[in-house]
Design a protein around this ligand. Sequence first.
Ligand code: NAD
Ligand code: FE2
Length: 385
Amino acid sequence: MKQYFFQTAGSIIAGCGSLERIVEHLQRLGSLESVLLVSQPFLQSSGTLDEVTNLLKSGGIAVHWNTDVQPEPTIAQLEELYNAIAEIPCDAIIGIGGGSVLDVVKLLSVMKTNNLSVREMLGTDLIPNPGIPTVLIPTTSGTGSEVTPNAIVTLPEEELKIGVVSRYLLPALVILDPLLTLGLPRDITASTGMDAYTHALESFISNKANRFSDMFALESIRNISASILQAYHHGEDRKAREDMLIGSMYGGMALTCAGTAAVHALAYPIGGKFHVPHGVANSMLLPHVMEFNFDAIVDRLALVAGAMGLQTGAGKQRDAEQVIEQIRLWTQEMSIPQDLALFGATREDIPELSLAASQVTRLMGNNPKVMTLDDIGAVYGKLFH
Ligand SMILES: NC(=O)c1ccc[n+]([C@@H]2O[C@H](COP(=O)([O-])OP(=O)(O)OC[C@H]3O[C@@H](n4cnc5c(N)ncnc54)[C@H](O)[C@@H]3O)[C@@H](O)[C@H]2O)c1
Ligand SMILES: [Fe+2]
């Protein structure tokens, strides 16, 4: 029998309006005198940061703010942010925002308690000490970062994105309030939703898939498939937004147990070099990588077809094909760019991108079929139309 391991956030609260109860849940973390709230300007202008600040202050907790997180942050931006907050006294760090904010908060927390540079943390289990407690409040339904031990940073010199993986990156508390995602613009709803779906699908076909990850992955796929188009077309639909937020959290749990695979490995170089947003990069690659893997994963894809609510029963091969067709229909309907040339890339970039992707061994090793440099190059080639 296989053995499985799973770890996640300390506590998770979810549901529309759950943010209002932040103080009550924070109190369970012990006595907090002051917290640092890390976010981005859009939440300042929407009034959310003021609201949270007032709640915290009325609970007797002093609040400091920093809203300077850049999307998909580089190491230099992260270090600059750390220098700005290093002297601020805080018992916990609260992150409200998309995956970029959540990842930054996870890293700031361990930077406070470890005398290491971010570069020295890159890789798996290289952080010796726990960080200060974090509270993660996602405003996109995509990364699932709120429940994963991962944080991703961009290395502009190497034109790559790399992960820091450590159990000390897991938060003490997660708040999933779908109301925070009602105003998410359409293009971000689409790309982040596809990122979440990719986490679930890649975990389900990963070499490391197991009973824990399968449960989270299928439930993630079920929620996202039911609601991604509704959330895209009718962003104010609370039920659709809740499905997407829960689906993305389950996707994060699935990838924590099983890992993502070649789609993510190939996405990082095009994110690092051409700044393709993470969810867009995954959406572009997903059908092509699944076609490459197809013969090894027909049985699994046929099960996915059922979870997606597709008309199944015409045989496993046909059921599996429908999954890839549906992914293509989604990306068309949600107008997610499919051409890498739109981001300034040319076919001449393929060898360098392929080499970089092949070096993401942490994820490539999870792919159900080995990909040679030529295989990777052939997939990248399909992104030029
Ligand atoms: N840690 C993990 O497990 C993990 C997994 C996958 C991806 N990631 C990383 O997460 C980052 C991407 O995160 P993301 O996809 O959530 O995007 P993001 O955090 O970069 O946000 C995308 C854009 O949406 C805006 N935004 C966020 N929430 C909004 C809202 N409610 N309303 C209006 N605008 C809003 C942001 O300001 C930003 O401009 C990448 O760096 C990626 O590599 C991490
Ligand atoms: Fe991702």
